[in-house]
Design a protein around this ligand. Structure first.
Ligand SMILES: Nc1ncnc2c1ncn2[C@@H]1O[C@H](COP(=O)(O)OP(=O)(O)OP(=O)(O)O)[C@@H](O)[C@H]1O
Length: 258
């Protein structure tokens, strides 16, 4: 089976939400396949964050469906969707500010393990859980800060820790909504590296809402453009960026000067 015909990790069918008379997301059908990082772009108010909220369950759709690996999850709450493999960065998990970074990640690893294991098995494999947490902290380059509490970490390191918690959940679909927003210039590359790393390992399905076109260019395999809640362009980055509709209406200024 090719990627095009395989069951997508995530699919939306006719996804729509109305706020009063305003259609914020309008009949969006889209399939997201493993091993692909899709950037979702569009002007302010286009519906990108609302689309994410509909996928992760923070908002209920007026009509349409959300499917994970072919299973309709539209009626599920956000926590149940997370258990099915939807991992939304920077929103799903709250850091415990007084525990250490390592303890935070261990709890996330443990909660993931509890979903499928007996308590006895967890007790027997505590060492495994700690090792797994240590490994994840290494992956996000926070090993040297593992005994520090999140409240004492820099903003950039807190973001890395949040990515660590996401990795601990082992989601099928990673969702990042403006991951570099509010970061200092020197903190940005590390977070982008982490996303690149997630993309390059195995077959994660990654969705990224991002305004910065240089970030989109460096990470995306595919770009989807939303405008007034509707999907107006979808394809490989070079094609989408070059398409007249995107050049003129949505990305013109940034492409010209980017
Ligand atoms: N809870 C809500 N109630 C009413 N209108 C809403 C609600 N949430 C979003 N909207 C409207 O839906 C539209 C889409 O908003 P959304 O935040 O999804 O856009 P966006 O593409 O993420 O924009 P930005 O790039 O500025 O973050 C906007 O017109 C917004 O005002």
């Amino acid at each position: 089976m090719t990627a095009a015909t395989a069951t997508p990790a995530l699919e939306t069918r006719g996804l729509t939400i109305r706020f009063g008379g305003h259609v914020a997301v309008n009949d969006v059908s889209c399939r997201f396949t493993p091993g692909t990082l899709t950037a979702i772009v569009g002007p302010n108010g286009a519906g990108k964050t609302t689309y994410f909220n509909l996928i992760s369950g923070q908002l209920r759709a007026s009509s349409g469906q959300v499917l994970v690996e072919g299973e309709d999850i539209t009626s599920l709450a956000p926590s149940a969707r997370a258990k099915r493999g939807l991992g939304r960065a920077f929103q799903l998990t709250n850091l415990f500010p007084d525990l250490t970074a390592l303890e935070n990640v261990r709890l996330a690893v443990q909660s993931r393990a509890e979903a499928g294991w007996s308590l006895l098995k967890i007790w027997n494999s505590r060492r495994d859980l700690i090792e797994k947490a240590e490994h994840i902290l290494e992956r996000v380059r926070l090993s040297d800060k593992r005994h520090i509490a999140p409240k004492a970490l820099s903003h950039g390191d807190q973001r890395k820790l949040e990515v660590a918690l996401l990795l601990a959940m082992e989601p099928k679909v990673f969702m990042f909504d403006e991951p570099t927003a509010g970061m200092s210039v020197d903190e940005v590359p590390t977070v982008l590296e982490l996303i690149q790393d997630i993309k390059q390992r195995g077959d994660a399905t990654v969705l990224l809402v991002e305004h910065k076109m240089d970030v989109v260019r460096s990470l995306a395999d595919r770009i989807v453009v939303l405008h007034n809640g509707a999907l107006v362009a979808d394809g490989n980055p070079a094609e989408v960026i070059a398409s007249p509709v995107v050049q003129e209406a949505y990305l013109g200024v940034e492409v010209a000067h980017g």
